[in-house]
Design a protein around this ligand. Structure first.
Ligand code: ATP
Ligand code: MG
Length: 347
């Protein structure tokens, strides 16, 4: 198994180093790690945040473990040369159309969430968000009407094959979990959502074991805070998913614990923590690597089907937290390396 490691900027190199240690400790068959430059680091070395050789590396691998990109010293550059373009470029070039974000409350951290502990402790959900379509990529513009008023517009659209593809991702994810899928839309007012719902219902026939439900997005936002324990997998479009996944992640607490996957058709995926390059703590050995370690677990699960090893990593992180190992983001003292050691010791 050939895995690309793109550490990127700021704390990216510190947190990916710990995730790599965890992967190497698992004795995976023929694990080969290939390193590449992205972000500000890549701009300074190659003059571009996503150099051709980095893209080449990604294409030659089965998955990418990604750190973070972001670098203030690049703020003056034209947009296409800024570090953030690396991740947008990778999404586009690698056909990453599904974003998966698990939200789980680990034992012992219930009091750190924004919800009441007895509500928070029940959260164990996964949001599957479509990444390539919707209102972000439709026709758009600002025009001046005959009466002189300016008008902005962004066209929301989904083609049925785009919905079918993400629906399959949602159903497959549900099959590997508690077999419940909630499709979130706004079918009472949006035509796009009506089509979305029709297609999801059609795809559901191929997954008779999965219990499908539908929810309007406004209600979903409310239910995520009121009774999040009811959800297993949520599948939704780009715009609704953008909002709901940030909402769900903050319900479970710290930025240093949240992993994500961006999947292409087939088994290829890019895995990264949801946090950024955290320039305020970069280079100090203070960053919590757990989000990246948990991203590595997602990599094993989704790109290589290594469910047992993925679950082992997740259990080790859970046990480290239960034993009181806390990074600065959780109000604790443990540094990056120490947290890595603690997870390794429990693997
Ligand atoms: P970017 O633009 O790269 O997304 P950002 O400013 O949005 O960066 P983050 O880099 O995600 O935000 O950091 C937000 C805050 O959370 C910072 O104060 C940072 O130090 C803290 N933080 C982020 N990741 C971690 C981590 N792994 N461990 C500890 N603290 C973290
Ligand atoms: Mg950010």
């Amino acid at each position: 198994m050939r895995v690309a490691v793109f550490a990127g900027d700021g704390i990216g190199s510190e947190v990916t180093a710990e995730a790599v240690r965890v992967l190497e400790a698992l004795d995976l068959l023929k694990l080969e790690l290939v390193y590449g430059d992205v972000g500000g680091v890549a701009y300074r070395k190659h003059g571009h945040p996503l150099p051709a050789e980095t893209l080449e590396i990604a294409r030659s691998c089965g998955a990418v473990l990604f750190g973070a990109v972001g670098d203030f010293s690049c703020d003056h550059l034209e947009r296409h040369l800024r570090p953030e373009q690396a991740i947008l470029g990778l999404r586009k070039e690698l056909g990453l159309f599904a974003n998966l974000r698990p939200a789980t409350v680990f034992k012992g951290l219930e009091d750190l969430t924004t919800l009441r502990p007895e509500v928070a402790e029940k959260i164990d959900l996964l949001i599957v968000r479509e990444l390539n379509g919707d209102v972000y990529f439709g026709e758009k513009g600002i025009r001046t009407l005959d009466d002189g008023r300016r008008q902005g517009w962004d066209m929301m659209s989904y083609a049925e094959d785009e919905v079918r593809r993400i629906a399959h991702t949602g159903f497959k994810a549900a099959m590997g979990r508690r077999r419940k899928l909630c499709s979130v839309d706004k079918a009472n007012v949006l035509e796009t959502s009506q089509l979305w719902r029709d297609v999801v219902i059609e795809v559901a026939k191929e997954y008779p074991e999965v219990e499908l439900s539908h929810m309007y997005v406004d209600n979903a936002a409310m239910q995520l805070v009121k009774n999040p324990g009811q959800f297993d997998v949520i599948v939704t479009g780009n715009l609704f998913g953008d909002i709901l996944s940030d909402q769900a992640s903050m319900c479970v607490g710290s930025i240093g614990l949240l992993a994500s996957a961006s999947l292409a058709e087939g088994t290829f995926g890019l895995y990264e923590p949801i946090h950024g390059s955290a320039p305020d703590i970069a280079g100090k050995g203070l960053a919590n690597p757990m989000a990246t370690i948990l991203s590595a677990a997602m990599l094993l699960r989704h790109s290589y089907g290594l469910e047992v090893q993925a679950a082992r990593i997740e259990a080790a992180v859970g046990r480290a937290l239960a034993d009181g190992i806390r990074g600065g983001d959780l109000g604790g003292q443990a540094g990056t390396k120490e947290i890595g050691d603690a997870v390794l010791a429990r693997l």
